[in-house]
Design a protein around this ligand. Structure first.
Ligand SMILES: [Zn+2]
Length: 220
C-alpha cells in the first residue's frame, strides 16, 4: 500500500500500485513547462513525497482522535454518574483527547485505586485532586481563549464557530439545573466553577470508577 498524488487535481489516495489515471479527475497526464520553457506532458499521478505522507498521516490521526473523543463523550450517558462526576469526566476526556495513550494511561492508572483503602487509596485521592484542579483550570482557560477568538462570550455562538471537539462544544454538554433550563441561559464559566471536585476525589461512585476503568482499558 502506498500513497499517491495527482498533479492535476491535487488529490491524495492510497493504492497498491501506481495507477495510470487519477481516480478522482480521471486524467492520465498534465501539461507543464521545462526550465527552458518547452511545454511537455507528464503523468498526472505520482508517488507522494515523504513530507506529503507525513502530513497525510497527521491529518488521519487527528480525525481518528476526534472521532474517538466524541464517541467517549456520547458514551458517558451509559454510566451512572452524579452531575459532578459527569462534568469531571467531560473535562478529563477533553483534556486528554490528543494526549498519547501512554501518558493518559499513566495518569488514569493513578486514579483507579481510589476506592481501595490504605496508602494506595490515599495516594490515588491526592493524585486525583492535583489532576482535577489542573484539568478544571486548563478547561476554563481554553473556554476563555475560544471566546476571545470568536469575539463573543456567548457559549452557543462560540460552539457554533469551533470544531465539535472544542471546549465550548464540551461545555454545551454540561447538565443544567431546572431553573437555568427554564430561563434557557446557555452554559457559562459558572457551570465549571460549580463543579465540586472534592466530592469526586473523596467519594467516586461505582459508575464513575467503571467509566475510569473502561476508559483506561480502551487505551492502546
Ligand atoms: Zn486528479
Amino acid at each position: 500500500m502506498g500513497l499517491f498524488a495527482c498533479n492535476a487535481c491535487r488529490y491524495f489516495f492510497e493504492a497498491d500500485a501506481l495507477p495510470d489515471t487519477c481516480p478522482n479527475c480521471h486524467l492520465d497526464s498534465v501539461l507543464g513547462s521545462t526550465d527552458s520553457g518547452r511545454r511537455v506532458s507528464f503523468p498526472a499521478v505520482r508517488a507522494a513525497t515523504e513530507a506529503e505522507v507525513k502530513a497525510y498521516e497527521e491529518v488521519g490521526k487527528a480525525a481518528q482522535e476526534e472521532r474517538d473523543f466524541l464517541e467517549w463523550l456520547d458514551s458517558l450517558s451509559s454510566y451512572d454518574l452524579s452531575n459532578d462526576e459527569y462534568h469531571v469526566a467531560l473535562m478529563l476526556l477533553h483534556s486528554f483527547r490528543t494526549t498519547p495513550d501512554l501518558y493518559t494511561k499513566h495518569f488514569t492508572n493513578d486514579l483507579l485505586p481510589a476506592k481501595k483503602g490504605g496508602i494506595e487509596g490515599w495516594n490515588a485521592q491526592a493524585m486525583a485532586r492535583i489532576l482535577y484542579i489542573d484539568v478544571k483550570k486548563s478547561f476554563t482557560s481554553k473556554i476563555n481563549q475560544e471566546r476571545q477568538n470568536a469575539g463573543t462570550n456567548d457559549i452557543v455562538k462560540v460552539a457554533a464557530q469551533t470544531p465539535p471537539d472544542s471546549a465550548a462544544n464540551v461545555l454545551r454538554r454540561f447538565r443544567q439545573n431546572e431553573i437555568t433550563k427554564i430561563f434557557r441561559d446557555p452554559q457559562n464559566l459558572g457551570d465549571i466553577r460549580r463543579v465540586d471536585l472534592e466530592k469526586v476525589v473523596l467519594e467516586p461512585s461505582d459508575g464513575y470508577l467503571r467509566f475510569l476503568t473502561e476508559w483506561y482499558n480502551s487505551m492502546a
